[in-house]
Design a protein around this ligand. Sequence first.
Ligand code: SF4
Length: 236
Amino acid sequence: MTVHCCIDAQTPARDGRTAGIRGWLFCDVPVVALVAESDPDLFQAATYGQERPDVGAAFPAFDTASRSGFFLESTVAAVAQPGHWWVRLATGDWYRLPVDWSCRHPKLTELTALTRQAAPPESLQRALVEEEDLEARVHRWMKRGPRLRLRLDLINKCNLRCIMCHYNNKAYAQKPVRKISLEEFQRFFEPLAPDVGEVLLSCADEPLLSPAFPEVLRYLAQKHPMCLCTFARTPC
Ligand code: SF4
């Protein structure tokens, strides 16, 4: 039996560290779990089994190729040096295969008695359980840096009436005005600030009608300069 594998993309995180790798991996026998090992005892389970019609088309002789995509959330430590894949097959067998995370070429590895493992370590089993826990995955994602994109309006008004917009509805356009002051914005924003990477100040209304708009921009630029701030110009 052979394993075909290729890492075809690395996604850089906002802070410049590698955040994740994507690729594909398949064997003659279906793969049921894929775990990366970068150090003894440092395991990270990949999300495995995504559709890869391109791989299926390139390897028509293998039924398993078209659902061979994987994504691995990873820290620098996990991808900065050669490591291993732990591959579990539908037969229940585990194999440990060497991998160079920086290589972008398809690789073919024979499964032999030498690469077969009697049982995976306990820490690998824990990584697999964590991969299945959605909450743990969200926490891990949040820890990698300020990832949230905050979308909010500073006022619920617009001075245009674009034909496709809710402001073309008279009842909506005449609703009582609600303005967010700088102080309100700060009270709301400060507790979230460490997790926010981007603020979008225009969702469904016109931010330039808000009297607080310049003050909010100034506050974000001075107090949170690493936070990307965007807003749409009319028509939005
Ligand atoms: S500018 Fe934007 S918010 Fe205003 S009416 Fe047009 S689409 Fe709606």
